[in-house]
Design a protein around this ligand. Structure first.
Ligand code: EPU
Length: 423
């Protein structure tokens, strides 16, 4: 089991390049199942979650190759198997993103039902509702979600994807990926507007799909008969970029993230400004510089895009732990996504949790401690806290962070952190 040993008390300073977005890459790689010919996807991050999805695509009959230039080439060779096995799906919940493409193209799918997840229950009822509305017959068989499309094919219709927490990102990508091959017109109301959904829709359009309203909560899809392989470059990872900016805040640093999309990060940059950070925003760069006076507390609520992303809540909470005053952090997407709270408490943070809200009483500094990573973003928060804290921090169960951050210790060490990976 690997751990990170972090020498604290370092300011993060310098420039760091954003990697390709994990959450855009997953549905985009899955959508290559829809195309005839070869697709070449660039800027695909090297992450364990991506490797799992590539293994699933191989299981589903694709030739998958990582080229020397880093691009991933995907060619569908054999469409006879439509089963995404328990062995692979159980390693990553997001594997369910193959469901829509399989139903759309192969008209049959057997995808292991994703299991539980530490950040919450994470049902997939909206996916099922949307795909059933298009005519797929959905059932559950020995832990597998089975979908069959009747002989006439999927039929375009109106689909409402609003749920108790807003819309669903992967629910939207699944219904979209199925609807591109449906007969007639599908209108998805309350579609997720996250940049990762937009990136998928943009690629589908270049494959030959007819989609209007991209980026809005109403997507109109005119079904087509064929889609062709394309070349596509994945958008930069807004969550990784936001993590480095939160790192500048917590360590009193000065970090410039390059190759990012500032327009995807407005909620984060707005919050950083409220915290007193000095921001310089370029075309594809964001510089966040600490004001040298203590950070100001803020009230922060996670919401669907363009609201503040749940995937940055833990990292920003870590930064608010050293603000001068009381912040209130409310989680509206995953009410239980607070596994970092008990670990931050071990580092001297003062946090009070009631329901899906955490009241953060700022302290002058955090203190290094052994802590346990419990999920991807909680691990990132603990690593940032470790960089800022007095003394050394050990972050255990670090495989969580490798799911979603490419070479995190190398990138942070490039900014002056003192992180070592130890077996
Ligand atoms: N929900 C339902 N029913 C559904 C689907 C979702 O009630 O059928 C609820 C969920 O329980 C949650 C909310 O709706 O409360 C939003 O879930 P959503 O479906 O949007 O999440 P997701 O698509 O499963 C993606 C990201 C997550 C990110 C969320 C929210 C990927 C692969 N994952 O998950 O990323 O937190 O959107 O933005 O795109 C991460 O990267 O660390 C991560 C967890």
């Amino acid at each position: 089991m690997e751990k990170l040993v972090i020498e604290g008390g370092k300011r993060l300073q310098g420039r760091v390049a954003a990697s390709g977005s994990k959450n855009a890459a997953l549905p985009i790689l899955a959508a290559c199942l829809l195309a005839e010919g070869t697709s070449v996807i660039r800027n695909v991050p090297r992450l364990s979650d991506v490797e799992i999805l590539l293994a699933i695509l191989r299981e589903l009959g694709c030739r998958v190759e990582r080229r020397a230039d880093g691009a991933v080439e995907i060619e569908v060779k054999d469409e006879s198997n439509s089963t995404a096995s328990y062995e692979l799906v159980t390693k990553m919940r997001a594997s369910v993103c193959v469901l829509g493409p399989l139903i759309g193209r192969r008209r049959t799918a057997r995808v292991s039902m994703p299991g539980g997840c530490v950040i919450g229950v994470r049902p997939i009822d909206l996916h099922e509702k949307g795909l059933s509305a298009l005519g797929a017959r959905m059932s559950l068989d020995h832990g597998y979600l089975v979908a069959e499309v009747p002989p006439g094919g999927l039929q375009g219709t109106d689909v409402f994807l609003g749920g108790a927490f807003g819309s669903s990102v992967t629910g939207t990508t699944n219904v979209l990926a199925a609807a591109v091959y449906a007969n007639g017109t599908t209108v998805i109301e309350s579609a997720a507007c996250e940049p990762e959904v937009v990136d998928l829709a943009d690629m589908l359009v270049r494959m030959g799909a007819k989609i209007e309203g991209i980026g809005s909560p109403r997507l109109t899809i005119e079904g087509v008969k064929t889609l062709k392989g394309v070349e596509h470059t994945i958008i930069p990872d807004r969550i990784e970029a936001g993590t480095f900016l939160a790192g500048a805040a917590i360590t009193r640093g000065d970090v410039t993230v390059t190759g990012c999309r500032p327009d995807h990060l407005r909620a984060a940059t707005h919050t950083l400004r409220e915290m007193g950070m000095h921001l310089e925003i370029g075309k594809d760069t964001i510089r966040a510089k600490h004001p040298e006076t203590p950070l100001k507390p803020v009230d922060l609520t996670t919401l669907v895009y363009p609201g503040f992303p749940t995937d940055l809540q833990a990292q920003f909470m870590a930064a608010l732990c050293v603000a001068d005053g009381i912040s209130v952090v409310t989680e509206k997407i995953y009410p239980d996504r607070f596994m970092h709270v008990p670990e931050l408490l071990r580092m001297g943070a003062e946090l009070r949790k009631t329901g899906s809200t955490v009241v953060v009483h700022g302290v002058p500094h955090l203190v290094g401690a052994p802590v346990r990573a419990s999920d991807l973003r909680a691990s990132a928060a603990l690593i940032l806290a470790g960089c800022a804290a007095w003394g050394d921090t050990e972050v255990h169960e670090i495989h969580h962070v490798d799911r979603g951050y490419e070479r995190i210790e190398e990138k942070l060490n490039g900014l002056g952190a003192g992180i070592q990976r130890v077996k």
